[in-house]
Design a protein around this ligand. Structure first.
Ligand SMILES: [Zn+2]
Ligand SMILES: [Zn+2]
Length: 317
């Protein structure tokens, strides 16, 4: 069994080299676009990948300005906290991975997520403040978020239920409103993204052809079509990416092309797939038409007009 994230006297040279490589990668990785490091003379932490693209998006689409401004604030908070998250300890013996992937079980257990609860509480406070500044959270939810950020035990139980999924959240004595569940997800994302980075380097997801995230079990938030025309799904919780059918619906596995409505944005960079089986939709960034890989924080905002079009046609996110 190999554990990444901690030194062990029994490590072989190969394991040590791999660990060192992962740590180097980890230091240089800033999320979606690790090549975006600033010049070495620049002072202070590097800006989050995606900020420059969001600023460009705001200039090109002034009607998205308020959504972009909020996203920049949220991304900045996420990036700052993610830089402090330690590498997860991963139990990655080949048999466990193979069995989990074959059975369709997400690999990451809640207890394995490297969570510093003081950071999570701080994230809840900062995210709630950002949402309030942008009028994106109502007074009751904001007040509950403030209370949660001071009650570690309640926050931990809620986070565990959120991670287990909507059914577990609904079973709580007091299920949280949707916005609060979303806020918990945003507060856990720095740690989940760190896990996705580490697992993504160590595990090959290519045999996983399911509509849910192989790492955390989350739903896809976005898809991307790669330059070699492969469609990858991107998890809305941890941002892990995995290959999926070219056009099938990840929510209900409908692969009947006649019952999938697909259309592209005017510039061809984005595409939407609406499923006439379950009436849900998925957006995609087509990297063949763009100059960069998908950036979830950017593309989820750039495609807000596609969300509106999908809702108009009777589809749900
Ligand atoms: Zn995930
Ligand atoms: Zn469907």
């Amino acid at each position: 069994m190999t554990k990444f994230g901690e030194d062990s006297p029994g490590e072989s040279n190969t394991e040590r080299d791999r660990l060192a490589q992962i740590r180097r990668l980890d230091r240089s990785s800033l999320g979606d676009a690790p090549d975006d490091d600033p010049p070495p003379t620049r002072r202070g932490p590097a800006p989050a990948p995606g900020i420059a693209e969001l600023v460009e998006l705001k200039a090109a689409s002034p009607d998205l300005a308020s959504a972009v401004d909020l996203q920049i604030e949220l991304l900045t908070i996420e990036h700052r906290i993610q830089a402090r998250v330690s590498l997860p300890t991963l139990d990655l013996d080949a048999d466990t991975v193979a069995v989990a992937l074959a059975r369709g079980l997400p690999l990451l257990r809640f207890e394995q997520i490297p969570l510093d609860w003081s950071d999570v509480r701080l994230a809840v406070r900062e995210i709630a403040d950002a949402l309030r500044r942008h009028d994106a959270i109502d007074a009751d939810d904001y007040a509950t978020a403030q209370i949660l950020s001071h009650r570690g035990h309640d926050l931990e139980s809620l986070a565990a239920a959120w991670y287990a999924g909507p059914a577990a959240l609904a079973r709580l004595d007091a299920p949280p409103p949707e916005m609060l569940a979303e806020l918990i997800g945003l507060a856990l994302r720095p740690s989940l993204r760190r896990c996705a980075d580490a697992f993504g380097r160590a595990v090959d997801w290519s045999s996983w052809r399911r509509g849910r995230c192989p790492l955390c079990g989350g739903e896809p938030e976005l898809a991307t079509i790669t330059p070699d025309a492969q469609r990858l799904l991107i998890c809305g919780r941890c941002h892990a990416r995995w290959p999926f059918h070219d056009y099938a619906c990840p929510h209900c596995d409908n692969a009947d092309k006649a019952r999938i409505t697909s259309f592209a944005s005017r510039d061809g960079r984005y595409r939407l797939y609406g499923c006439d089986g379950c009436r849900r939709y998925l957006k995609a960034y087509d990297a063949r038409q763009g100059t960069r890989p998908a950036l979830v924080h950017v593309d989820s905002i750039a495609t807000l007009p596609l969300d509106a079009a999908a809702l108009q046609r009777g589809y749900q996110a």
